[in-house]
Design a protein around this ligand. Structure first.
Ligand code: PLP
Length: 303
């Protein structure tokens, strides 16, 4: 195999062709790059099967509709591209991203309706948003005063690259010695962080923000698991003070599932260890990966 077709680090689909991840480029004039004018979704592959592929495709197509972006291909065609990226890279555990950008209008036009939207995809090895040590001991979370961009400005239910608030909040949290950050809204409620939703356990009930967040597929999975396990849930505003006083706090993300938080703003959460509900939900999350209702095996070329 020549270096030119070495897919061992991952595979991408760019302008109609499959290329090694290191060779995947977008034109500098694509509004996806110049204006963050894009939507995307991330589905994972675990032990050779997509997890909740249908839920990710539903959300991706809904995001496209909200931002008036056209992937230019059917759901089945999108699935075939994703599967081929995973197969080319021979990845059994993968982070698989699909993207539609605005593209660019003809030279001289600033009319987004005239832009030719572009579809991209790639598969790389599975991405954890917390390292081994953080997953064992629990993450140290900072509640930032940086406000998440308001939902009235950019619809957070459409997955987007408007991440400057998340990145500035994260830099502040890292400077303060925390591992990661959650942003707040104008009323001081906790909303979401860079790549995750947030849950708190208060009075034996799970609480997760209702508004101002991406409706994470993992968040939905947590709510469904809680229902199956008989754990009461409330989807409502989560004031920062309530999150600070919670018995347990955890994050939900396709980048690792249910991730424990054991310190908030420098103070121990509960007894300071990973809480029992967090442990139970984290285990159930991985158990559900073997459930045929949620898993779609990848067909690898040559198998
Ligand atoms: N919120 C934001 C801003 C995200 O970027 C993500 C995932 O990337 C999430 C929440 C969690 O969503 P999911 O559980 O679908 O990975």
């Amino acid at each position: 195999m020549t270096a030119a077709c070495d897919f061992s680090q991952g595979a991408a689909f760019v302008r109609g062709e499959f290329v090694p991840i290191g060779q995947a480029c977008v034109p500098i004039t694509d509004w996806g790059f110049l204006r963050s004018d894009a939507t995307y979704d991330v589905v994972t592959v675990w032990e050779g099967a997509f997890f909740r592929l249908d839920a990710h495709l539903d959300r991706f197509l809904a995001s496209c509709g909200r931002f008036r972006l056209d992937p230019g291909r059917s759901r089945d065609e999108i699935t075939a591209v994703l599967e081929r990226c995973v197969s080319l890279a021979r990845l059994r555990r993968s982070y698989v991203e699909m993207i539609v950008t605005r593209g660019q209008p003809p030279w001289g036009s600033r009319d987004p309706r005239q832009a030719v939207n572009q579809f991209y995809a790639f598969a790389v090895p599975y991405v954890w948003i917390a390292n081994d040590e953080q997953r064992q001991r629990g993450l140290h979370l900072r509640i930032s005063e940086v406000q998440r961009i308001p939902a009235a400005s950019v619809d957070p239910r459409a997955k987007n690259y408007h991440w400057n608030d998340l990145t500035m909040g994260l830099l502040g949290a890292l400077d303060a010695g925390a591992d990661t950050v959650v942003l707040t809204d104008a009323a001081g409620n906790v909303v979401e962080g860079p790549g995750f939703n947030v849950f708190a356990v208060t009075g034996g009930r799970l609480v997760t923000p209702a508004e101002g967040v991406l409706e994470g597929v993992t968040r939905r999975t947590v709510l469904e698991m809680a229902h199956a396990l008989g754990i009461p849930c409330e989807v409502r505003a989560l004031p920062a003070a309530e999150a600070r006083a919670a018995q347990e706090v955890f994050l939900s993300t396709s980048g690792g599932g249910v991730l424990p938080v054991t310190r908030v703003d420098g103070q121990a959460v509960g007894s300071g260890g990973v809480g029992p509900l967090t442990r139970q939900l984290a285990k159930t999350y991985w158990d559900w990966h073997a459930d045929p209702r949620y898993s779609t095996p990848v067909r690898y070329d040559g198998d």
